[in-house]
Design a protein around this ligand. Sequence first.
Ligand SMILES: Cc1cc2nc3c(=O)[nH]c(=O)nc-3n(C[C@H](O)[C@H](O)[C@H](O)COP(=O)(O)OP(=O)(O)OC[C@H]3O[C@@H](n4cnc5c(N)ncnc54)[C@H](O)[C@@H]3O)c2cc1C
Length: 388
Amino acid sequence: MNRRIVILGSGVAGTLAANRLRRHYDESEFGIVVVDKVDDHLCRPALVSVPFGLAEPSRIVRPASRQLADGIGFRKAEADRVDLDTDTVHFTDGSSYHYDVLVLATGAAPTPGPSAAGVLPFHDLPSAVALRDALRRFDGGRLVVDIAGTAAGTPVEPLEFCFLADWYFRRRKIRDRVELACVTPLNGAGSRPEASRALGQLLEEKWIRMTPRFTTSVIDGENGRLLTDEGHEIAFDLAVVFPQLRGAPWMVRSPGLADGRGFVTVDRHTLQCKAKPNVFALGDAAGLPVPRSTSAVSSQAGTLVHNIRRFLADEPLDASYDGHAACRVETGFGRALLLDSTYDTEARPGHESRLAHAGARAAQRLYWSAVLPGREPTGLGRWSRRLI
Ligand SMILES: Cc1cc2nc3c(=O)[nH]c(=O)nc-3n(C[C@H](O)[C@H](O)[C@H](O)COP(=O)(O)OP(=O)(O)OC[C@H]3O[C@@H](n4cnc5c(N)ncnc54)[C@H](O)[C@@H]3O)c2cc1C
């Protein structure tokens, strides 16, 4: 029987890992199979555009199986648990796969939040569509963006949401009737001083009120209030909640694999699982202290594939992933800025510019044709890839 590399998850992490691995191994050497519970691939960098009518939902989803290079198998099944002792993945339909190498790329899942009138979570495509409809109906009042979880690094998506909301209401000519506010458990707009200062200033310029050190403990939808344990509260007419994330729920059924929050415990430089050498993880599933972004996944995929090859060749692994993540933040009015960070360097926001926005648009167009196939970018392509 062929040796087999099993990749769980067909998001950007699983797809990139599979496509890059296929280049190094032909089918006679290794069978590569990607398993996902759904056959839909969502272009997540375009998700924030949906609530503001800037992206059509049907245009940002494509079949996951069609994003895989020839010779890679795709199976639709839901992982139930991994048995590290026998190198076996068990699926909820009762079937199982033996693997020689396992790649975990099942992403992160939102913790369930309260559902109440006037409170909308933002995490996936259905919630983005619900939010689009709610924003269309919203014609005045206070909109509060709640960054529920203290994300690693700067919580870029909620801030981007605020900036685009400012643009959206101005375009609708009702900005003077909408009060925009953002609450965060962090000390400021970012987790590090420099990013915090620059992004905080931008929020101020756009008349978006930021309340730091505000950890929502109760959402009182009936009375339109967010409450903290310390007795602080903020009223809202519409609350947009970016939920706290945990690892995929099935991880907890696989002893030794993940930490208490369900994120796979990996060496942060080699991406090898601490519990078993033939298991690797990348993307949102991995317990790494980096901002979650497509560009971070892209950097991790290079290290992961290189180290799987070294592992299979019985060579020592390279500790080459330095925590690099680049996040672009759309700031509205055809402008964007870029934040770059590593484990050792603080995220420093670049200047807001039209060029960054144009680069981000170009990068999104390259998502299906160049990012997912895992082509090595050069020159301008390399720069714009960081902007996705
Ligand atoms: C609202 C929002 C906006 C974002 N905006 C941006 C942005 O503008 N730019 C950017 O760079 N990043 C953005 N991100 C972050 C980025 O989307 C993630 O870092 C990236 O998608 C992670 O990819 P992944 O493959 O690790 O996980 P995912 O894309 O979540 O893929 C995980 C896959 O695993 C599958 N899966 C889960 N459990 C199982 C199971 N038990 N069995 C089988 N399959 C399973 C899922 O179906 C899914 O297909 C955003 C994230 C969110 C939530």
